[in-house]
Design a protein around this ligand. Structure first.
Ligand SMILES: C[S@@+](CC[C@H](N)C(=O)[O-])C[C@H]1O[C@@H](n2cnc3c(N)ncnc32)[C@H](O)[C@@H]1O
Length: 249
């Protein structure tokens, strides 16, 4: 990611992956808002960069920046990628943990992506889809698929379909994050990392407090590929203290 290292950070614009995948090539019948979105999307430097770098969507650059800054992924780690479709975070994770074994001299990691939607296969990644990460039956499958039954890193870029009502969307996303954190004792290895997308709002502080209690360190991160005008903020927590089988330690 030479251009990342050189500090070339284009302005934040664009839309979520799902919209990228539903944008057609004909302009007839579009509303003004759709036309505005498409114009902005086509000009978005992160969309262009994603094409050049063969990432499935621009979100890849959010995880790349978090990893450049905080070094959460390294060869040999096991990653659980929640809300993985269409798969750009999994692409980044596969590269960084060497899940495809392309670096013969480095430990081989593992990437498990889970989503409600179908995800096209990706070399080096295992996908569990369609699957709801909050469904207790899926938790069992996740544990069976992860080597040793645990992940070193839980990533979540999950987002419920937005209603446009800010407080409701915030509550629903924080509910998802909270359900995911409830799984941590069963899935996350002690010392592990948790990165999740949130939309800032009334429940943010309480959720951050939960993270602070369960991890040695927790911080908010706003990658440059995350649009400035969006309330999207990522929470990064490191050095997980708990784990069911280790709870007595
Ligand atoms: C912004 S997209 C993720 C983009 C992805 N990080 C990437 O880089 O390709 C959010 C995803 O969260 C998924 N999602 C929402 N709720 C979910 C749930 N309960 N279980 C699994 N996936 C969920 C949606 O289906 C959607 O594909």
């Amino acid at each position: 990611m030479l251009w990342l290292l050189k500090g070339f950070w284009p302005g934040a614009m664009g839309m979520m992956c799902q919209r990228f995948h539903t944008a057609g090539s004909h302009s007839k019948g579009r509303t003004g808002a759709e036309h505005l979105w498409l114009t902005r999307h086509l000009k978005d430097p992160f969309v262009k960069a994603a094409k050049v770098e063969s990432y499935r969507c621009r979100s890849a650059f959010k995880l790349l920046e978090v990893d450049e800054r905080h070094r959460i992924l390294r060869p040999g780690l096991r990653v659980l990628d929640c809300g993985a479709a269409p798969g750009s975070w999994s692409q980044v994770a596969v590269q960084r943990v060497n899940a495809a074994g392309t670096d013969l001299g480095a430990p081989v990691g593992f990437v498990l992506g889970v989503d409600l939607l179908h995800i096209f296969p990706l070399e080096g990644a295992t996908f569990l889809c369609p699957a709801d990460v909050t469904d207790p039956r899926i938790l069992q499958r996740i544990r069976e698929l992860l080597p040793g039954g645990r992940a070193d890193v839980i990533l979540s870029d999950m987002a419920p379909s937005a209603t446009g009502i800010r407080s409701l969307d915030h509550d629903r996303l924080l509910g998802l994050c909270s359900s995911l954190l409830d799984l941590a004792p069963d899935v996350l290895h002690p010392g592990g990392t948790f990165l999740c997308k949130t939309w800032a709002g009334s429940q943010s502080l309480a959720f951050q407090k939960r993270l602070t209690e369960q991890f040695q360190s927790a911080r908010t991160v706003k990658p440059r590929a995350s649009r400035k005008e969006s309330s999207e903020v990522y929470l990064l927590a490191t050095q997980y203290r708990r784990g069911k089988e280790f709870a007595e330690d």
